[in-house]
Structure formats: structure tokens, C-alpha cells
Design a protein around this ligand. Sequence first.
Ligand code: IMP
Ligand code: MG
Length: 171
Amino acid sequence: MKKEIFISKSAIQKRVRELADQISLDYEGKEPILIGILKGSIFFFADLMREIKIPTKMDFMRAASYGSGTQSSGSVKLTKDVDLPVQGRPVIIVEDIVDSGLTLAYITENLKSRDVESLRICALIDKLERRERKVSIDYCGFQVKEGFLVGYGLDCNEEYRYLPEIYVLKK
Ligand code: IMP
Ligand code: MG
């Protein structure tokens, strides 16, 4: 498939730093657990965590909502859970991209039921095109209207994750 550059490496880096600065201010004196949603958030997670200037802890969850290709299957299931105890802790979910919102709605409900102290969402990309569930994104990298994005961890059928920039796929 053809692809076009959409967000450059330097633009990503700059925005990640801004998000990290805001999180460092908001969580001063706390030690939030960052929960990355695998696999798409991996590079964003790693860059963000290293730019945050306060102590944080690292954990991961995996949820599957996309069967394959660029269409959502509509159902979400948890295929990997966190290892750390989250009860009574401040938690920040780190997600690559919010599309329909089904994945984050599911994960948010799941974590809230475990009595976390607080729960916020940090998403690199907020894609408005197909939103079905309301999700409040506390820290948002970029808002985009539409398009299927790949690179910087984002995939299409497991391809393109390794690219250091974000591209939009063209038919
Ligand atoms: P949602 O449940 O529809 O919000 O989908 C969220 C998940 O779908 C993201 O975590 C991604 O893994 C995947 N996804 C949605 N849009 C894109 C895209 O444009 N490129 C790559 N993956 C996407
Ligand atoms: Mg994902």
C-alpha cells in the first residue's frame, strides 16, 4: 500500500515532551503507574516515560478489538493484564490511538472497578472519524479527523510498526 508522511519524527518528539512536562507538573509528589496498551503504544510509551521528570512505574495491558486490517471487529477482550497492584494508585493509561473508543471504554471500566486512586488517559492520537463511545482524553498528542495511520508503533496487519514517523495509508 502507498503511504504518505503525516507526522514527522521531530514533531512527535516535541509533542511527547510537552505531554511529559504537563504530566510531570500534574503528578508532582505522586508516583503514577503508566499502563501502556500493547502493542501500538510501545514507542510512545518508552519516549513519554523517559521525558516525564517524576518517578513513575511501568505496566502493560493488551486488548484486542481489531481482528485484522483497518476495520474494527466491534468487540473488545483483554488478552494481557497488569502485573502491579493498581488499587489505590494513580494510573495513567497510555494508548496509541483512539478510534471508535471501544477499547478505551472497556479498559477504563475495567480499571475503575479495581478502585484505582485516579485514572487519566494519555493518547498519542485522537481520531475523531468513527467515535462510538465517549472517551475523555486528558493528555492528547494530536487530533486527526480521519485516515488510517501507521508507523511509530502503529500497524496495519502487523506491518509498518518500525517506522520512526507516522504515515497515512493511501489506497
Ligand atoms: P478503538 O477501540 O476503535 O478506539 O480502536 C483502538 C485501537 O485500534 C488502537 O489501539 C489501535 O490499535 C487500532 N487503530 C485504530 N485506528 C488505527 C489507525 O489509524 N492505525 C493503526 N491502528 C489503529
Ligand atoms: Mg492499540
